[in-house]
Design a protein around this ligand. Structure first.
Ligand code: ZN
Length: 182
């Protein structure tokens, strides 16, 4: 299978790691409860260690994250309809995000420059923003106070409707309750 994604062949070792991960169908599910995506994460750490002579573990430290950013920046745009490459890149970006959080926006993401991976990141950020907004909306809707307020409003609307029905009811001679009760 010809994959046209390429990096700077001499310097981009991440290209080969991702190629093998896709070929061998490594798990790229974030927070995978079965395997913790260990194959891919270990492959990244091993390649980074081999290439730099520094020992890296699966935990993405800041130097490891910086290294990954440089590698990601070098990945060229894959051919269209290669969602597995996008998925692999998204996985790496998420791992970096989980490990480095605040430093991502300030230090790491800017390293991606105008690369293809930066476009992938933008897509993720747009989606993430939408998810956050949606979650906030839902949480506000499900907030106990809001639930009580809605219930109360519903109850009052019901009472009002009931009162209106009662007021519009004309007493009928045969309606015993209506005459004697209220
Ligand atoms: Zn898994």
């Amino acid at each position: 299978m010809e994959i046209q994604t390429s990096g700077d062949a001499a310097n981009c070792w991440l290209y080969e790691v991702i190629r093998v991960a896709i070929r061998d169908d490594y798990c790229m599910k974030s927070y995978c409860t079965t395997c913790g995506s260990m194959s891919f994460r270990e492959a990244l750490a091993t390649a980074a260690s081999d290439q730099t002579g520094t020992k890296f573990s699966v935990h993405i430290t800041l130097p490891f994250a910086r290294l990954l950013m440089i590698q990601l920046m070098m990945l060229r745009e894959p051919v269209p309809d290669r969602p597995d490459w996008t998925r692999a890149v998204m996985f790496i970006l998420l791992q970096v995000w989980y490990a480095q959080n605040d430093l991502c926006n300030r230090q790491l993401w800017p390293m991606l420059g105008d690369s293809w991976v930066n476009q992938v990141l933008k897509t993720m950020q747009d989606h993430y923003k939408w998810v956050c907004e949606e979650t906030a909306r839902r949480q506000a809707y499900d907030h106990p106070v809001q639930v009580l307020l809605r219930r109360d409003a519903k109850r009052r609307a019901g009472q009002k409707a009931h009162a209106l029905r009662q007021a519009s009811k004309k007493p009928r001679p045969t309606d015993f309750n209506e005459q004697s009760g209220t």
